[in-house]
Structures are given as structure tokens and as C-alpha cells.
Design a protein around this ligand. Structure first.
Ligand code: AR6
Length: 175
């Protein structure tokens, strides 16, 4: 079955999917933005599990339970801090998305929701990040037969439109 790729505006903490992705930092011990929102919604058991993981490198990913979330799991990834674009940021962001898809495949997950990793506090330009996120999703299609849905959940209309425009530029079919 072909993986369906969707773009929506919404709050990722409310998504009832196999995994939501957290835009974390290397400590995995929580923070602001979507990380703070996910930890608040999941409850204190999440940070307790994260504390046992020993952190995560930029561009890598780790999976935990979802605790009080509607999502069964959280995949924590660490995107790069934007430093102008010539410090390996695109490769690190692509790696973060790829590792999330690998972890999803290893765990047999059928649905995964992503926020705009690195596009908040870390300052990555949304349009450039959207092109990387969407092409990483397209790349995984056909390689992971168990993955049915990839949902990009954007926090506001402008971000959702940027993703839709990027999908059109990549000539991607959306579900
Ligand atoms: N649902 C969907 N998207 C959201 C939500 C939500 N509930 N809340 C925020 N966003 P950021 P980063 C969007 O800053 O840039 C943390 O402190 C937000 O509008 O959360 O990867 C970590 O601990 C933005 O578009 O993540 C790290 O230290 C996007 O999510 C650092 O921030 C990502 O913004 C990571 O920075």
C-alpha cells in the first residue's frame, strides 16, 4: 500500500497516531515549544523514561511511550540550530527525518505525525525545512510497506500553506 502524505494545521499533542515526533534537544529532558507541550500533555512519566536514554545526538532519534497522549509513542529527534545554512544544517535536518522514519519502521508503526522540526526556537527557514521534510517522507514511501500515513501538523495557517506550496513545488500528491 502506498503511504499517504498529509498536511494539516493543528496541535500535534492531540494526534491519535502510532507516534508523534518531538522536536527535542540533545538532553531529551524537555524544553519549550512543541517539546514543552508534548511533555505537559504526556505527563511526568515521559521525562522519567527520557532520562534513561542518555540523550540524543543532533540528527538522530529515540522512541518512548506516549503515556497520557493519544499517540502510542513519541519519537524524539533533534534538529539542527540554524546558523546560516552552511554549517551542515540541511544534512542534519534530513538525517533527523530519516532517523524518525527508520525508528518508525523498526517498530512497525503505521502512522506518524511530525511538527516543523527546527523551525521554532532553532530558527530554520520554514520553506527550506518543508522541502526537506516532504522529500524525506516521499523517499520512505515504497520502502516501508507498514507505514500508511505521514501527517505534517503545522501550528498555524501560514506554516501549513508553506508546506502545501513546497509539496506543489515537489509535485507531490497529498492525501
Ligand atoms: N503542535 C504543532 N506544532 C507546534 C506546537 C504544537 N503543539 N507547538 C509548537 N509548534 P520548536 P525547534 C511548532 O521551537 O525549533 C525546545 O525548547 C512551532 O510553531 O518547538 O526544533 C526544545 O527543547 C514551530 O513551527 O522546536 C529545543 O531546545 C515548530 O513547532 C528547541 O526548542 C518547532 O518549534 C527545539 O527547537
Amino acid at each position: 500500500m502506498k503511504t499517504q502524505i498529509e498536511i494539516m494545521r493543528g496541535d500535534i499533542t492531540q494526534m491519535a497516531v502510532d507516534a508523534i515526533v518531538n522536536a527535542a534537544n540533545t538532553t531529551l529532558l524537555g524544553g519549550g515549544g512543541v517539546d514543552g507541550a508534548i511533555h505537559r500533555a504526556a505527563g511526568p512519566e515521559l521525562v522519567a523514561e527520557c532520562a534513561g536514554l542518555g540523550g540524543c545526538e543532533t540528527g538522530d532519534a529515540r522512541i518512548t511511550g506516549g503515556y497520557r497522549l493519544a499517540a502510542r509513542h513519541v519519537i524524539h529527534t533533534v534538529g539542527p540550530v540554524w546558523r546560516g545554512g552552511a554549517k551542515g544544517e540541511p544534512d542534519l535536518l534530513r538525517s533527523a527525518y530519516r532517523r524518525c522514519f527508520e525508528v518508525a519502521a523498526e517498530n512497525g508503526l503505521a502512522s506518524i505525525a511530525f511538527p516543523a522540526i527546527s523551525c521554532g526556537v532553532y530558527g530554520y527557514p520554514m520553506r527550506d525545512a518543508a522541502l526537506i521534510a516532504l522529500s524525506a517522507a516521499r523517499e520512505t514511501t515504497g520502502h516501508n510497506p507498514e507505514l500508511e500515513r505521514v501527517i505534517f501538523v503545522l501550528y498555524n495557517d501560514e506554516a501549513a500553506q508553506t508546506y502545501r506550496d513546497a509539496a506543489a513545488a515537489l509535485k507531490m500528491e497529498l492525501g
